[in-house]
Design a protein around this ligand. Sequence first.
Ligand SMILES: CC1=C(/C=C/C(C)=C/C=C/C(C)=C/C=C/C=C(C)/C=C/C=C(C)/C=C/C2=C(C)CCCC2(C)C)C(C)(C)CCC1
Length: 272
Amino acid sequence: MSIQFGEVVEDFLAYIMVVSIGILHGANDLLILSTKEKMDKTFRKNLVIYVSIIILCVIIYLFSPFIAILLFVLLSSYHFGEEHLGETINLNFLFNAVYFLAYGLFIFSLLFYQSIFDVAEIMIELTGATFTKFQIETTLLTSAVFLLIGSLYLVLAKKNEVEIFVKEFFYLLLLFLVFKTSSLVLGFAVYFIFWHSIPSIIHQIQFISGDLNRKNILFYVKKAMIYWIISIAGLLILYQLFPQIKLFATVVFVILFAVTAPHTWVMHKMKN
Ligand SMILES: CC1=C(/C=C/C(C)=C/C=C/C(C)=C/C=C/C=C(C)/C=C/C=C(C)/C=C/C2=C(C)CCCC2(C)C)C(C)(C)CCC1
């Protein structure tokens, strides 16, 4: 009973974090595109591209939910890696892409490995199938090998200092402890908010306004508000429209699934 109560509180906290800061961190994507292109006229074109990518993701999901979620995990892995390591690792396009992908896949497989039954529950609601223990273990091991070889190469080729990888190793150890001791949704939320969304919001504010200060933070939040409200409305409508969806987590991941591809595109453009 106490474990269940603990999980309810943990999940509640996680949803608050994801729905507030998590969704917010993507809500200024159109402003970032306009800032990058320095032309107001491109706003409508960017909006059409952004919404078309969302529609394309939904179509892929309707044709094959499992393939769609698999692509979602792969793209998210790359995106998490690029956001976290983009300023540290810069060798060439192929090396960076593989390293970022391996980093994200390692995080996801570590999380899934710790909560295999909860992952199965959400995956079955989303797709009717789930990842097997063997698939998760193989991904965990393969991504770890890629990360290790890639990091060794960067150190031996004198591209990066060894201290960077030692620090990252301790971060991963910390994440392992977080994933082991919390529910699936809270574990995901801790990574998504503290490792990904908050650093990303800081980079975005610096990109849009130059400095990180109170005025620029308020400007960022004000500009994001309308898109944040539309996304939250979408989430609530979806939850009401499909009463067969039992888990709130499923609806949250559907929303994240829909916005991840256009958001990854914008963030990639911002950084390159
Ligand atoms: C601008 C705009 C807008 C908005 C937008 C936004 C708001 C965005 C956001 C964005 C975002 C916010 C992003 C995010 C991202 C996320 C991610 C990247 C995640 C990932 C995750 C995953 C991959 C998961 C997985 C899993 C788990 C963890 C468990 C269970 C199972 C599964 C597999 C599901 C709109 C639409 C209104 C309109 C138009 C314009």
